[in-house]
Design a protein around this ligand. Structure first.
Ligand code: FEO
Length: 396
């Protein structure tokens, strides 16, 4: 069902309550998601973005209940990853000549995905499209988070920023607005989204936020392409992005470990105890990365001022689960994070050195060579871990 957002704008997207994984298996969506599409009606009518491909028939059928498809004058594609462009082929079968407004990269991506010679109109930052009494203005957002990304600003109804992925959250809600959902759950999903998807492009985010500010836009609502609409205090999410994109950290330490016979887990716990003795106000969390949600672990690491990574040595290396987390940590391009490695071993004991090398390569700052213990730690060795934790906390 279409939902009226303002006088001239309707939401015509899809709430996906069943979604538990996104980007293949790269991102957990424990609270579902939505693919937001919007109709903007003035003398002319524009459709902004579509939905993920599995919902293409449903999307077009519902759209037909809302509008005669031939009354859509323009299609605006802010970004063409499949979750937003997936319903284009189904829609374009009905209205094949309707112009598609997108960036030049957007056209290349649509052509690469769907291999159709549709009526493309390339737009750049500052270009406008009149809908009659109101106007759409385009703002390129290259690499936030794809090369084709852009935002569209509507100057009617008090000003609405259609921000696409930026300011989004994987968060299903029938009620659509930020003031109708649990604020803690919402902000967690917004943070997780930033940490896992946007953070690698933080430097670009900072510049873009400044550009948006320089446009001096009236913003009554921010309508992203995932999750709820920022209606109450809409620019709060812009302020959050300004904070998050600047090497964000809290007084928090994350200990991520894997364990085979519990020795590395015992080390993790003892290190945490040592940190707690020296720095009792620091939030310290432990995660067994073989079992915990990888994106939640990454979110915690992103929030932290420092993180420790522990693995037993197996086959002269570190564990499969630790390898996955380290690969994802490298991709986040974290800044200003201290780190260390630890782990137990039986004989060769390479894991700690190799984890340390990987962390350094990923741009984290190692505080020391880490701590490595053979076999099962007794009380004396656990005390050594506690002391290591104390020194780690003192080094921050
Ligand atoms: Fe929501 Fe980058 O697609």
């Amino acid at each position: 069902m279409a939902k009226q957002i303002t006088d001239k704008v309707q939401w015509v997207g899809k709430v996906d309550w069943e979604l538990t994984r996104f980007h293949g298996d790269e991102y957990s969506t424990n609270r579902g998601s939505s693919y937001n599409s919007y109709l903007v009606r003035d003398k002319k009518t524009a459709l902004i973005d579509t939905v993920w491909r599995p919902y293409d028939h449903e999307f077009v059928a519902r759209l037909k209940q809302t509008i005669n498809l031939h009354d859509i004058d323009y299609i605006i594609m802010n970004h063409n990853e499949i979750d937003h462009s997936g319903a284009l082929p189904e829609l374009m079968r009905e209205i094949p000549d309707t112009p598609i407004y997108c960036t030049k990269k957007g056209e290349a991506i649509i052509r690469g995905h769907y291999h159709q010679d549709w009526n493309f109109v390339n737009v750049r930052t500052g270009d406008t499209l009149s809908l009659g009494d109101t106007t759409l203005t385009f703002i390129e957002m290259a690499m936030i988070h794809w090369p084709d990304s852009m935002m569209t600003y509507f100057d009617g109804d008090g000003g609405i920023l259609f921000s696409n992925d930026a300011f989004g959250q994987h968060f299903a809600s029938e009620s659509l607005y930020n003031d109708t959902v649990h604020s803690g759950e919402l902000m967690y999903e917004a943070e997780k989204y930033f940490a896992n998807i946007i953070n690698p492009y933080s430097q670009l985010v900072a510049k873009k936020l400044q550009q948006i500010k320089d446009f001096n836009l009236d913003i009554r609502m921010i309508c992203p392409s995932h999750g709820v609409i920022w209606k109450e205090n809409p620019t709060q999410i812009i302020d959050k992005y300004a904070l998050w994109c600047n090497a964000y950290q809290e007084d928090r330490i994350t200990i991520a470990y894997d364990t085979m016979w519990q020795s590395t887990r015992l080390m993790a716990q003892a290190i945490a105890e040592g940190i707690g003795e020296v720095s009792p106000h620091t939030t310290v969390k432990l995660f067994n990365v073989a079992h915990e949600d990888k994106n939640d672990v990454l979110t915690e690491i992103w929030r932290s001022k420092a993180a420790l990574f522990g693995s037993p040595t197996i086959n002269n290396g570190y564990s499969y689960a630790m390898a996955g987390i380290l690969e994802m940590v490298e991709g986040l391009r974290l800044k200003n994070k201290k780190a260390a490695a630890f782990g137990s071993y039986g004989w060769s004991g390479e894991a700690v050195r190799l984890i340390g090398e990987r962390l350094t390569h990923s741009g984290l700052t190692l505080v020391d060579e880490g701590i490595s213990l053979q076999w099962i730690p007794d009380e004396a060795l656990l005390e050594k871990c506690r002391e290591y934790g104390r020194n780690f906390a003192r080094s921050l």
